[in-house]
Design a protein around this ligand. Structure first.
Ligand code: BES
Ligand code: ZN
Length: 996
C-alpha cells in the first residue's frame, strides 16, 4: 500500500507537486513509496491466517491486580500490582471487517481527565460517565481498549473498588464482566511513561515537551477507553506539571482556570463543550513561545489565533498564521462555515509521524509544516504550509463536528477535506496549476497503488492496522470522488448538499452513505451509481473512439469503460463517470456544442450558457454513444477536460498531430498539459522499447545513445511544441514548467510490464539532454527573463512562484548537459542565492552532476545550515535521492552522521524514503540498495512502527519490475516478514504484498 505523506511533504524533496513541480529532472521514482500516508488494504481474506513464525514473547499479565489508592488531590499511592511473566504465542493479528460494525453497549456522555505529568511516570485519572446503549435490562460486558505500555493502577465502578473476578486486563484491553444496570461512573487510573514512548502515538515527549497524537488509535495508549470514532463525549481536562519546565499547558476547548500548586507545580483546566471522539483529544505541556492574531468571524465574533513554537522559531510563524486567517475566511465565504470557539491553537512539534493533526481547537503540526522564512523554506514549503493549515482547519466541520462512524469511513472526512483544501489552494492561487499538480500526484502514487497488490476501495472492507490505511487511495482518490459530485451537481448543487449534510449530521458520527444521501436529497437526484466508487477498487479504463460524418455534420463519441480486477474483486461493474468534453475546431477555437437528446438524459451544460463549449457527459453503461450535431468541420476532441474523473483514458486514432494541436490550442489548460504528457509519454515508451529490444546496458551510455538516436531520437516536432509553450507570451510560468516536464519514471514504470527502472531513468535522461541541447538558446533567454533584480525581497505569491519555478526549470534542463560552464554558473547561483527556493534548486541540480562542484556545494550548504534542522532535512534528502553512481556509500555514511537522528520521523523520511526514490541506487541490479533498505526497515521498526511501515512500502510494488529485481525485492519482504518481534504494521504490508 502506499502510505501517504506526499501531500504533507513528509518526503523532503519531491517531484510532483507544488509550485516546484518541475524541480528535479533526475526524479524517476520507483516503488509505491512516494506517498506515504499509511497504506491500507483489503483482501485480508486471502491471508486470514498468514504463516508466521510463532516466537514466544513475554506478556505482562495484570489480572488480579489490587487497586491503588487515589487520594483527594490526586496523588496516587500505588500498591504494586503483582506481575507475572507469562509466555504466550503471538497471535496472528486480527483483521477487522466493516460488515461487523456494531454500536457500543454503552455511550460515554462525559470524560473527565486529570494528567499528573512527571519526569519518571505520568498518572492519568479518568472519570467516565457511561449511559446504557444496550437492549434489555442486563448490561453486557464492557471491553475498553488499552495498550501494553499502559499500566492500570486503579479501577472503580460507581465509586467502589471492583472485585478482581469482575474484570480482566490483557495487553490490549480491559473487560468489565458485570456492570450494574443504568448509568455507570468509571474511575480509572493509569500509569504511562511518555518519555519512553518512541512510537509517537498517545502521549509522548518531543524536544522536551509533552504532546499527544491520538488518531487513529492512540488514545488507548493513555487510558482505557472505547477508542473508536463513534463514541463522542464532552471533555474536561486538568493538566498538572512542573511550572518551570512546562510553563504552557494546553488542551482542547476553553481555558476554565489555571493556578499555582505547591512544589513549583501548576495546573490548567480546559473544557471542550463540543462532543468529540477521543482521536481528537490533545494535550501539550512545555516551554513554548507564542504568536497571536485575532480573527473576526462573519457574525462578528473575535477569535484568538495562537501558534506555539520553540522560542528560536518565533520569527517563522507569520506565514502559517496568515494562512490560517485565509482558511477561516475562505470557509465562511465558500461554505458559510464559521469557527465555533473563541480560541484556535496550533502547536509545532519536531517529532511527528504525520504532517499535521486536526485535534479540536488544538491542532498539532509537524514543525516543517508551520515554520517558514524566505531564507530557510522553499516556495514548495510555503505552499504546503498554506494547504495543510487549511486542511486541518477545514476538518473542524468535515471531521470534527461531523465525524466518522468507524475507521472504514475515513474517506468521509479525509477525501472531503482534501477536496476542500484543493479548492482553497485553487481559489488562492492558480486553479489549472493546482489541478495539474494533483493529477501528477495521483498518477505517480495512487494509480500504481490501485493497480498493485495493495489495491483497496476508498472505503475499504477490512484492515489489520488502521495506521496502514491512510493511503493515497483513501485520501486522493477519495478527493476525486468528492470532486465527481461537484462536477455533476455544479458548485451550487454541491453547496446545497453540504448544507444538508451539516443540517442532518452535525454532532454525529456518520458514513459515506450518509454523505451521498445528503448530496442526492438536497438536489433531488438519484446518485446511487456514484456509490459504487466507494466500494470498487482499481482505476477504471476509459476508451473513446470518434467518428465525424461531414454530410450530416454529426460527431459521435463512443465510450467504453472497464475496470481491471484487483485483489479480492475479480468482477467490476460499470461506474458513473462524468466525462467533460469539448470539441476544438480547425481554427483552434472551441465549437459551440449541441448534444443530441435531452441534456438531463446524458449530458449537462457546464454553466447555464445557452451554447456551452464544454459539456459533462454521464457515462453510466459499459458502452455508450454520444452524438453532437451541427458540427461544421471535423474537430479535434478534448476529452476529460479538467480530469473530470480519475480514470486512465485512451483515445483511438489520436495522433501526434492531434496532441500537438491540443497542446497549442486547447482552451482547457489541464488538457493542454495532458496533450504534452501524452506526446512525451509515447516517445519515452517507444525509445524504452527500442533500448530494451537492443539489450543495451543502461551503464553503457554511448551505446544507449546511439541506439536511441537510431530509433528516431527526439523528433523536431516535440522540440518545437515545447519551445512554443516555453516562449508563449502571457502563459503562467508554472504551467510552462509543468507542460514541458516529462512524465516521471514512476509513471513510466506503471505503463511497462516488468520494467527496468534504471533503463527508464537513462532513456528519460537522454530525452531531457536532447531537449536541453536543442532548446538551449530559449532556456538561456528564460534564465535572463526570470532572474530577479539584485536586492529584490522574496515574495510568496502565485506570480513570483511561477517566475522562480520556470527559472528552476531552465536551470535543471541546462544542468543535464553537464558542461563545466553551466556547472559553474549554477554553483555561482547556489552561492549567491538569497532565498531557499533558489539555493536548494541550484543544489539539487548540482547534486546530479558528478564532480567537484557537487561536494563543494554540499559541504558549504551543511556548514551554512547545520543549526537549522529543517534545512538539514533538505540536505539529507537531496543526497539520499541522488542518482550519482555508487551513492549508497554516501547514504550509509549519512546514517552515521551526527546530524542524522533515526528517532525522528522527518529524518527517516528524508533519508530512507528519498533513497528509495533513486532508480539507480535503490534499484541497483546487485540488490545492495534493497538490502540496505531491508536492514533499515528492521532497525526503525524497533523504534517506530508507523515509520517502518512507510519505509517497507518501498518494496510492495515489486511485481512491476524485471524478474531479477522482483526476486531481490521479494527476498527482502520475505526476510522482513520472518523476523521475530515484527510490528503488526510492517507485518500487514509485507504479507499483503506477498500474498496478492
Ligand atoms: N487526520 C490527519 C492526520 C493523521 C492521520 C494523524 C493519521 C494520525 C494518523 C490529518 O488531517 C491529515 O490528513 N494530515 C495530512 C496532511 C493533509 C494536508 C492531507 C498528513 O498528515 O499527511
Ligand atoms: Zn486530514
Amino acid at each position: 500500500m502506499i502510505l501517504r505523506g506526499l501531500r504533507a511533504g513528509l518526503l523532503s524533496a519531491r517531484l510532483t507537486r507544488g509550485h516546484g513541480a518541475a524541480m528535479h529532472h533526475q526524479v524517476a521514482a520507483p516503488a509505491g513509496l512516494l506517498s506515504l500516508r499509511g497504506g491500507g488494504s483489503p483482501s485480508t481474506s486471502k491471508f486470514g491466517a498468514p504463516a508466521r513464525a510463532s516466537p514466544e514473547i513475554s506478556l505482562r499479565a495484570t489480572t488480579g491486580m489490587s487497586a491503588a489508592e487515589v487520594k483527594p488531590g490526586n496523588e496516587v499511592e500505588v500498591t504494586e500490582v503483582q506481575q507475572e511473566e507469562t509466555k504466550l504465542p503471538v497471535h496472528d493479528p486480527a483483521t477487522k471487517f466493516r460488515k461487523d460494525y456494531k454500536p457500543t453497549p454503552f455511550s460515554v456522555e462525559n470524560v473527565n481527565l486529570n494528567f499528573i505529568l512527571n519526569e519518571d511516570v505520568t498518572h492519568v485519572h479518568s472519570i467516565l460517565s457511561l449511559k446504557p446503549n444496550y437492549q434489555g435490562s442486563t448490561p453486557p460486558p464492557l471491553k475498553l481498549d488499552g495498550r501494553k505500555d499502559v499500566k492500570l493502577l486503579s479501577l472503580k465502578v460507581n465509586g467502589s473498588d471492583v472485585n478482581p473476578s469482575e474484570y480482566n486486563v490483557t495487553e490490549k484491553d480491559l473487560t468489565l464482566a458485570k456492570l450494574p444496570p443504568g448509568p455507570v461512573t468509571l474511575n480509572i487510573v493509569t500509569e504511562i511513561k511518555p518519555q519512553e514512548n518512541s512510537s509517537l502515538e498517545g502521549l509522548y515527549k518531543s524536544s522536551g515537551n509533552f504532546c499527544t497524537q491520538c488518531e487513529a488509535e492512540g488514545f488507548r495508549g493513555i487510558t482505557y477507553f472505547l477508542d473508536r470514532p463513534d463514541v463522542m463525549a464532552t471533555y474536561q481536562v486538568r493538566v498538572e506539571a512542573d511550572k518551570a519546565n512546562y510553563p504552557v499547558l494546553l488542551s482542547n476547548g476553553n481555558l476554565k482556570s489555571q493556578g499555582d500548586l505547591e512544589g513549583g507545580r501548576h495546573f490548567a483546566l480546559w473544557e471542550d463543550p463540543f462532543p468529540k471522539p477521543c482521536y481528537l483529544f490533545a494535550l501539550v505541556a512545555g516551554k513554548l513561545s507564542m504568536k497571536e492574531r485575532t480573527f473576526r468571524t462573519m457574525s462578528g465574533k473575535d477569535v484568538a489565533l495562537r501558534i506555539f513554537v520553540q522560542e528560536n522559531n518565533l520569527g517563522k510563524v507569520d506565514h502559517a498564521l496568515e494562512s490560517l486567517v485565509k482558511a477561516m475566511k475562505w470557509d465562511e465565504e465558500t461554505f458559510g462555515l464559521e469557527y465555533d470557539l473563541n480560541l484556535f491553537n496550533i502547536v509545532a512539534v519536531d517529532d511527528f509521524n504525520m504532517g499535521a493533526m486536526e485535534n479540536k481547537s488544538l491542532n498539532i503540526f509537524n514543525s516543517r509544516l508551520v515554520l517558514a522564512s524566505p531564507e530557510t523554506a522553499t516556495d514548495l514549503d510555503y505552499s504546503r504550509i498554506e494547504g495543510v493549515v487549511g486542511h486541518e482547519y477545514f476538518h473542524n466541520y468535515t471531521g470534527n463536528r461531523v465525524t466518522c462512524r468507524d475507521w472504514f469511513q475515513l474517506t468521509l472526512k479525509e477525501g472531503l477535506t482534501v477536496f476542500r483544501d484543493q479548492e482553497f489552494t485553487s481559489d488562492l492561487n492558480s486553479r489549472p496549476v493546482k489541478r495539474i499538480e494533483d493529477v501528477m500526484g495521483l498518477r505517480v502514487a495512487q494509480f500504481p497503488e490501485d493497480a498493485g497488490p495493495m489495491a483497496h476501495p476508498i472505503r475499504p472492507d477490512s484492515y489489520i492496522k488502521m495506521d496502514n490505511f491512510y493511503t493515497m487511495t483513501v485520501y486522493e482518490k477519495g478527493a476525486e470522488v468528492v470532486r465527481l459530485y461537484n462536477t455533476l451537481l455544479g458548485k451550487e448543487g454541491f453547496r446545497k448538499g453540504m448544507d444538508l449534510y451539516f443540517k442532518r449530521h452535525d454532532g454525529h458520527a456518520v458514513t459515506c452513505d450518509d454523505f451521498l444521501a445528503a448530496m442526492a436529497d438536497a438536489n433531488n437526484v438519484d446518485l446511487s451509481q456514484l456509490g459504487k466508487w466507494y466500494g470498487q477498487a482499481g482505476t477504471p479504463r476509459l476508451n473513446v473512439s470518434t467518428q465525424y460524418d461531414a454530410a450530416s455534420q454529426r460527431y459521435t463519441l463512443r465510450m467504453k469503460q472497464h475496470t481491471p480486477p484487483t485483489p479480492g474483486q475479480p468482477n467490476k461493474e460499470p461506474l458513473l463517470i462524468p466525462v467533460a468534453v469539448g470539441l476544438v475546431g480547425p481554427d483552434g477555437k472551441d465549437i459551440p456544442l449541441h448534444l443530441r437528446a435531452a441534456p438531463e438524459a446524458n449530458g449537462t451544460a457546464n454553466g447555464n450558457t445557452a451554447q456551452p463549449t464544454t459539456v459533462v457527459l454521464r457515462l453510466t453503461e459499459a458502452e455508450q454513444e454520444f452524438v453532437f450535431e451541427h458540427v461544421p468541420a471535423e474537430p479535434v476532441p478534448s476529452i476529460l477536460r479538467g480530469f473530470s474523473a480519475p480514470v486512465r483514458m485512451t483515445v483511438e486514432g489520436q495522433t501526434d498531430e492531434h496532441l500537438q494541436f491540443l497542446l497549442a490550442n486547447d482552451s482547457d489548460e489541464f488538457n493542454r498539459w495532458e496533450a504534452g504528457q501524452r506526446l512525451s509519454r509515447k516517445l519515452l515508451l517507444q525509445l524504452y522499447d527500442a533500448a530494451s529490444a537492443a539489450k543495451v546496458s543502461s551503464a553503457d551510455k554511448k551505446a544507449l545513445q546511439s541506439t536511441l538516436a537510431g530509433a528516431g531520437g527526439v523528433p523536431d516536432s516535440l522540440v518545437k511544441a515545447f519551445r512554443a509553450v516555453l516562449m508563449e507570451k502571457g502563459l503562467d510560468g508554472s504551467f510552462k514548467a509543468m507542460a514541458t516536464t516529462l512524465p516521471s519514471g514512476t509513471e513510466l514504470v506503471d505503463e511497462i510490464p516488468e520494467a527496468d527502472p534504471t533503463l527508464i531513468y537513462e532513456v528519460r535522461n537522454y530525452v531531457l539532454r536532447e531537449l536541453a541541447a536543442r532548446l538551449r538558446p530559449d532556456l538561456e533567454t528564460i534564465l535572463k527573463e526570470t532572474d530577479s533584480a539584485p536586492g529584490d525581497a522574496y515574495v510568496f505569491n502565485a506570480k513570483e512562484c511561477a517566475r522562480r519555478t520556470l527559472k528552476q526549470k531552465a536551470i535543471n534542463m541546462l544542468s543535464t548537459l553537464e558542461e563545466p560552464s553551466i556547472v559553474d554558473m549554477i554553483l555561482q547561483r547556489f552561492r549567491e542565492a538569497t532565498n531557499m527556493t533558489d539555493q536548494v534548486g541550484a543544489l539539487g541540480a548540482l547534486v546530479e552532476v558528478p564532480g567537484e562542484a557537487r561536494s563543494t556545494a554540499l559541504s558549504e550548504f551543511f556548514e551554512k545550515w547545520k543549526s537549522e534542522p529543517l534545512v538539514i532535512l533538505k540536505w539529507l534528502g537531496l543526497q539520499a535521492m541522488s542518482n550519482a553512481p555508487g551513492n549508497l556509500a554516501l547514504v550509509r555514511s549519512l546514517v552515521d552522521h551526527p546530524a542524522f537522528n533515526i528517532n525522528n520521523p522527518n529524518n527517516c523520511y528524508s533519508l530512507f524514503l528519498a533513497f528509495a526514490r533513486s532508480p539507480v541506487n535503490f534499484h541497483a541490479a546487485d540488490g545492495s540498495g534493497y538490502a540496505f533498505m531491508g536492514d533499515s526497515v528492521l532497525r526503525v521498526d524497533k523504534i517506530n512502527h508507523q515509520v517502518a511501515a512507510r519505509m517497507v512500502s518501498a518494496f510492495t510494488q515489486f511485481r512491476q519490475y524485471d524478474k531479477q529485481r522482483q526476486g531481490l525485492m521479494r527476498a527482502q519482504l520475505e526476510r522482513i516478514v520472518a523476523t521475530n518481534g515484527l510490528s503488526e504494521n510492517v507485518f500487514e504490508i509485507c504479507t499483503k504484498s506477498l500474498a496478492a
